[in-house]
Design a binder for this molecule. Structure first.
Ligand SMILES: Cc1ncc(COP(=O)(O)O)c(C=O)c1O
Length: 298
């Protein structure tokens, strides 16, 4: 069988729009050598980036915590105003001939730059950070949104600054792979007996119509979708509380869900061999899913 020829896409790297095969980066880039970088993932729906301001705010915090001095380079730091990100994304949408009906996924990464010889400490201050941005089509997981997913629980062996959106993701990669090998879709991390979050998702549970989610700390990412859902709960008078959730109390909840830029609101209907509630997505989860979709597509 002949493989369908893939459309050749353009990407943005350090100020240039380039074809995939023209992209090149030195192995001395600190992102490659140390995972010494930060990133953001965004969605583009119907010609607009969703909650760009919140993503920029989080990116600035990640850069500050990582002490990556992006703002020292005026050309590149304009990106942090958000206007330049929109400009670059629109340029890629146009050159890649994406249309407004497509769901697009925007990935951006900033590393501490390229420097030889390899050394753990920071490179000289005139070394420019590396900036990469891609816009690619995304298939919405409609079936998972409708029917829910299975997850596994996994010990949270990540570092103590999970609030920083760092590219050091080895623990997340291993946990997600383990989930897939057990016919699950996501792994939920447990630290000292408490639920933190998924490998690329925030976690929420529902009991008697009230939503619970772990509080913000250095142990979880300040998820954009989590923020939006808590805002929707306030608006719609759905009771919500940010509180610790014990892993061994999960069975006392009626509904569980995951939130994220890609996952949106995804019902969790099974953990390992145990079915959540009646094994079907619950009413609060489905309501929140609908409210989020309305917000995205309105
Ligand atoms: C570890 C982790 N938690 C939560 C999330 C969800 O965050 P957001 O809603 O901003 O996509 C992500 C997203 O990538 C993540 O990597």
């Amino acid at each position: 069988m002949q493989r369908k020829k893939k459309k050749e896409l353009y990407f943005y790297l350090n100020g240039k729009i380039l074809k995939g095969k023209e992209l090149s980066l030195s192995p001395f880039d600190r992102g490659f050598l140390f995972g010494d970088g930060v990133y953001e993932t965004l969605r583009w729906y119907k010609g607009k980036l969703f909650k760009l301001d919140l993503h920029i705010e989080r990116l600035k915090k990640s850069l500050a915590s990582s002490k990556i001095n992006f703002t020292a380079f005026s050309e590149r730091s304009r990106i942090l105003s958000g206007d330049d990100i929109e400009k670059v994304v629109n340029e890629l949408v146009s050159i890649n001939k994406f249309n407004n009906e497509e769901h697009l996924f925007v990935y951006l990464q900033i590393t501490r730059g390229t420097y030889f010889p390899r050394q753990h400490h920071f490179p000289p201050t005139d070394v420019q950070p590396t900036f990469f941005l891609s816009v690619t089509p995304l298939k919405r997981q409609e079936e998972q949104f409708r029917n829910g997913i299975k997850v596994i629980l996994e010990e949270d062996i990540r570092w103590m600054r999970c609030d920083v959106k760092s590219t050091m993701l080895m623990a997340n990669v291993l946990a997600r792979q383990k989930a897939l090998e057990q016919n699950a879709v996501e792994a939920i991390f447990v630290r000292s007996g408490f639920i933190t979050e998924g490998t690329h998702t925030s976690f929420c549970a529902v009991k008697k119509g009230k939503l619970y989610t772990p509080p913000l700390s250095n142990l979880i990412l300040d998820g954009v979708t989590r923020k939006v859902i808590l805002e929707i709960c306030r608006r719609e008078n759905i009771p919500a509380q940010e509180t610790e959730i014990k892993a061994d109390e999960l069975k006392s909840f009626d509904e569980l869900m995951l939130l994220g830029t890609i996952s949106e609101v995804t019902p969790v209907v099974q953990i390992n061999d145990w079915k959540v509630g009646n094994g079907k997505p619950g009413p609060v989860t489905l309501r929140l899913q609908r409210f989020l979709s309305e917000m995205i597509f309105s």
